[in-house]
Design a binder for this molecule. Structure first.
Ligand SMILES: Cc1cc2nc3c(=O)[nH]c(=O)nc-3n(C[C@H](O)[C@H](O)[C@H](O)COP(=O)(O)OP(=O)(O)OC[C@H]3O[C@@H](n4cnc5c(N)ncnc54)[C@H](O)[C@@H]3O)c2cc1C
Length: 239
């Protein structure tokens, strides 16, 4: 284990495994009327498939969107994971701070991160910080993380168990996990964890989880373009 501290302002999101396509939605929905179905249906008649998917989304027939699976590898700060794991329809496995020594990788907000909150809770916006505020955030965060990690290492070297020594580590430490979901669960997540002014029910997520959500959405849109388009057209409401 190297003691070299790394700071970063981005997130890692990789689609590691998937079985997800618009055909899965069509196939599942058509069992209602056909009793059997063809995975080729979506290619054979894209306009009909588009119409069916739009209808399912609009009328909130959500279950056909559950016949898909996507597994994402995510590396992000612990405070992002705390928010992420509130989404109960995902399955998770996260690296352990008991079984392995945690790597010294910490989040420091990048220059584009808006720093100042204005307005009341529930109705506020973020605006750019001054150069002095950016400098303060960057320097204070780095210094606090360095000190915390030095204390962690000191305890490990003195023979203290990993699960005890980690007490001093901050929520800006990066962790990693696999998160598996279906398209319906993902739409619920995206509706809450991305901010779009044209959403039917606009949400105001923390920017860092939104960065993760945006990457996940990009991967998903490529796999299920008709479903993604219907989600957008319907005001980003999960069916
Ligand atoms: C901007 C924002 C701010 C937030 N702030 C806070 C905060 O300050 N404090 C806090 O504690 N949380 C906060 N949360 C978390 C929030 O309360 C939800 O826990 C989180 O958004 C997950 O939403 P969900 O339950 O819809 O998702 P999931 O758990 O993924 O569930 C998906 C859907 O499944 C159904 N479902 C799942 N489980 C149940 C169940 N047990 N009973 C009935 N239906 C179920 C519901 O229809 C639900 O919408 C915040 C979330 C957002 C987006």
């Amino acid at each position: 284990m190297t003691d070299e501290i790394r700071f970063r302002g981005d997130m890692t999101v990789e689609l590691v495994k998937h079985a997800a396509s618009d055909a899965d939605v069509v196939w599942a929905a058509r069992v209602s009327t056909k009793g059997e179905s063809s995975l080729a249906d979506v290619e054979a008649d894209p306009e009909r498939s588009r119409g069916l998917i739009n209808f399912l989304m609009r009328d909130r027939h959500g279950t056909p969107f559950e016949h898909s699976t996507m597994t994402f590898y995510v590396r992000a700060p612990i405070f992002v994971f705390r928010e992420f794991m509130r989404h109960r329809t995902f399955s998770y496995n996260e690296e352990s701070g008991r079984y392995r020594e945690l790597a010294p990788e910490f989040y420091v907000p990048g220059p584009s991160r808006k720093l100042v909150q204005q307005g009341k809770p529930g109705k506020y916006e973020f605006v750019e910080g001054t150069p002095e505020q950016h400098k303060l955030v960057s320097e204070s965060t780095r210094e606090a993380c360095r000190q915390a990690y030095a204390a962690y290492r000191e305890m490990l070297e003195a023979g203290v168990a990993r699960e005890v020594a980690r007490t001093v580590l901050p929520v800006g430490l990066y962790s990693s996990m696999y998160a598996t979901c279906n398209a319906r669960a993902l739409m619920n997540f995206l509706s809450l964890r991305t901010r779009r002014d044209d959403s039917k029910f606009p949400s105001f997520p923390q920017r860092e989880i939104e960065m993760v959500a945006e990457e996940m959405e990009r991967e998903w849109a490529a796999l299920m373009p008709l479903t993604h388009a219907a989600f957008e057209a319907g005001g980003r409401v999960a069916p």
